[in-house]
Design a protein around this ligand. Sequence first.
Ligand code: ADP
Ligand code: MG
Length: 236
Amino acid sequence: MSGKGIRIEGLRKRYGEGDTAVNALKGVDMQVAPGEVVGLIGPSGSGKSTLLKCLGAVIDPTAGRMTLGEEVIYDDGWKVRDLRALRRDKIGFVFQAPYLIPFLDVTDNVALLPMLAGVANGESRAKALELLTALDVQHRARAMPSQLSGGEQQRVAIARGLVNRPPVILADEPTAPLDSERAMAVIRILNDMARKFETAIIVVTHDEKIIPTFKRIYHIRDGVTHEEAGEGREFE
Ligand SMILES: Nc1ncnc2c1ncn2[C@@H]1O[C@H](COP(=O)(O)OP(=O)(O)O)[C@@H](O)[C@H]1O
Ligand SMILES: [Mg+2]
């Protein structure tokens, strides 16, 4: 792989100490190239959320190595001083539920992140509109979240995940509440966005509708991953 994207080597996470310690990740290897969308699949308790939280710098791994672009961000300890800035600028999150802020309109829901990163309000709104346009919800820009359909809300949530142009997107069950057609629309959008912005995207899912779309899949079981070719089925 080139110097971009994300790479994880021998990642370990232990919760707790002594007799009650849980080894949730036992040496995970994974790499996702820019522009690539990979699936992460595994049974409940296999370590999916723990892996996403380590990748998102929400919790501390116990050992191993993570490289983002050309930067080693973790090597048996964080190599980045400002983890808040890492989370804000380098990692986009898309959750199962959109978690839009109910008292902000669609544009401000998306513009909030660049505003928090210190970008001027006008420029933040312009960035938000650009993403909303790419996701084909620009006509809802002044609507409140409660006025949107479920599919529209999820597209706004994806716009918010992408607005700071993070090199990595972590999506946790992004299609779970959606019907088949809308789920495929979300996957198509994630693939388009990955290509357009050279984003590396990891999708945790057990949604049978979307699993055949991945070209590569990481299976995780008991804290260990193994890679497998997916069907990579076209979805036009
Ligand atoms: N905060 C925690 N403290 C202790 N054990 C945890 C904690 N979070 C998760 N675990 C354990 O780590 C393992 C992996 O959990 P998790 O990453 O949530 O799996 P998944 O998301 O695949 O369901 C499970 O055995 C779980 O009980
Ligand atoms: Mg989980």
